[in-house]
Design a protein around this ligand. Structure first.
Ligand code: HEC
Length: 225
């Protein structure tokens, strides 16, 4: 667009007179309602509706609060399993897996992952008479520990096996289930083949030896072997 055309255009637009413009403006302004100051009161029906809703919800909450217990409406919550009565039993594979984990975390430091122990210091568990023998003696070794000379697979050891049970002076405080799992594991690993140890049996022996607070000696275990 040239400069000339531009000038012509603006000249044409300014054709309306000042008066006519003011008149149109005045008409437009007159049509608009005057803005009012201050607030309008809430319509009564709305006030009534909101108050009714607040009242109804309060009644509802009070009626269905169920003591605000978090479990009442939780469909995933099953009181039977939560109470421990119907707690799921582990499968034999899960028991072995749990026992293996505990073994590798703690026992393997001395008895080794191979179950072969360390010559002259830590006795082997693979093929050991104590591991494969009567559970009455084996459980006692785990619960309270073992001190003094002991013969395993023809070699004599004279060290200290720590206590793992919830016994006076015991450091590990493993529960009965954990002990039963690790014992089941060592009885069925490395070619070992002896029956599982149940947590009920561990409980029974723990109860029978409640008063004991020191490790066993080989001689003391003889009656249980
Ligand atoms: C700090 C080292 C150490 C740890 C950890 C340890 N033991 Fe022992 N354990 C020994 C010693 C030492 C003996 C031999 C005690 C003796 O000479 O009277 C022994 C003996 C045993 C025996 C009897 C002898 C045999 O070889 O069969 C069993 C069974 C046994 N331990 C199982 C375990 C299990 C299962 C664990 C893990 C829960 C474990 N031990 C953790 C050091 C340890």
């Amino acid at each position: 667009m040239s400069a000339d055309q531009n000038n012509n255009l603006s000249a044409g637009q300014s054709g309306a007179s000042d008066e006519s413009l003011q008149q149109v403006h005045a008409e437009l302004v007159a049509k608009k309602p005057e803005p009012k100051e201050g607030f309008k009161t809430m319509p009564l029906f709305l006030l009534g509706f909101v108050s009714t809703m607040i009242f109804v919800t309060s009644v509802y909450v009070v009626h269905y609060r169920a003591g605000f217990s978090p479990t009442v409406y939780d469909q995933r919550f099953d009181p039977k399993t939560a109470a421990g009565t119907g707690a799921k039993e582990l499968t034999p594979e899960q028991v072995i897996a749990a026992g293996k984990k505990s073994y590798q975390q703690v026992c393997a430091a001395c008895h080794q992952n191979t179950g072969l122990g360390v010559a002259g210091v830590y006795p082997p568990l693979a093929g050991s008479e104590q591991v494969l023998g009567k559970e009455e003696a084996l459980i006692r070794i785990l619960l309270h520990g073992l001190n003094g000379p002991i013969v395993v697979k023809g070699n004599t050891y004279n060290g200290a096996m720590p206590a793992f049970g919830k016994v006076p002076g015991g450091g590990y405080n493993w529960n009965e289930e954990k002990i039963s799992q690790v014992l089941t594991y060592i009885r069925q690993e490395w070619g070992n083949s002896a029956p599982v140890v149940t947590k009920e049996k561990v409980k029974e022996i723990l109860a029978a030896e409640k008063a004991r607070s020191k490790p066993w000696t080989d001689a003391e275990l003889k009656p249980f072997e």
